[in-house]
Write a protein that binds this ligand. Sequence first.
Ligand SMILES: [Zn+2]
Length: 164
Amino acid sequence: MTRMETDAVSRVKRPPRRKPARAGDLDGCPMHDLRRKLSAAGLRPTRQRLRLGWLLFGSGDRHVTAERLYDEALAARAPISLATVYNTLNQFSSAGLLREIAVDGAKTYFDTNLADHQHFLTEEAHLLVDLPRQLIDFSQLPELPEGMEIARVDVVVRLRRKPS
Ligand SMILES: [Zn+2]
């Protein structure tokens, strides 16, 4: 059923004295979708999770570090501690909403793109960027130990400026 048809049906069937729907009740509302996304992942949609989820999932695929997201939360005037940002990112990651990519041991990026893909890392700017799909072919993978299978192959291609 298209959106228009749904609207038409709901106009006909809705009792006239029903109180008007709040913005969060409307289908296709980003905040409503975010609540649903969190609930479906088994996470209670707390205010802080919604705030950070809004920054993370509100504008397409992205790669963020905890520090970067913390800065964005500050800029959005959301009073959230760096510790809460770390905890929330780890909860989202454990719940399967984010993919965690550890670079250099200490630096962890969180990727909203859950599809199998590879990355460029620019060493100067510490920017993680998705590689075009299947750029690197893994037909020569080593033989695996008995009873084991590949869960995932993480690839980070590090870029730096050529010496001039
Ligand atoms: Zn990515």
